[in-house]
Write a protein that binds this ligand. Structure first.
Ligand code: HEC
Length: 111
């Protein structure tokens, strides 16, 4: 009996632990990024010099930036408006998409 209880309990714990770490979905992030691409570029490389590139940026930094815009801790009239209704899951998916884009860097002075 006690053994059964332990089994059920550890199963419950496993479920509870698994829930919050639901993996981010970069595919969904890609489709959500359609409303970002006018400014940040289709692949996260912006053309407007006032807009930062997002390709290859760390997911953590992207998530934090978006949440700062949501909370008003960081302000920009364009960003503050566009991130208003993004859910936590959307933010994670967008961050996963942009961070998955591979970029390469060339040092112009190395030869
Ligand atoms: C109308 C143009 C526009 C759109 C659309 C837009 N952004 Fe931005 N984004 C900006 C600008 C401009 C900044 C820089 C703001 C600043 O100076 O702080 C920025 C900054 C950011 C940053 C911070 C980057 C950094 O290096 O600090 C992130 C992350 C970001 N945007 C994500 C998104 C996502 C995700 C979307 C779509 C849901 C989006 N943006 C849509 C214009 C835009």
């Amino acid at each position: 009996m006690e053994h059964e209880m332990k089994k059920v309990l550890s199963l419950l714990i496993a479920v509870v632990v698994a829930l919050p770490v639901a993996a981010a979905d970069p595919k969904n992030g890609k489709s959500l990024s359609r409303k970002c691409s006018a400014c940040h570029g289709k692949l996260g490389i912006a053309r407007d010099p006032e807009v930062p590139h997002l390709a290859g940026q760390s997911a953590r930094y992207i998530e934090k930036s978006i949440m700062d815009f949501q909370k008003g801790e960081r302000q920009d009239r364009r960003m503050s408006l566009i991130v208003k209704n993004l859910s936590k899951a959307d933010i994670k998916d967008l961050a996963a998409w942009y961070s998955s884009l591979e970029i390469s860097v060339v040092d112009p002075n190395s030869n």
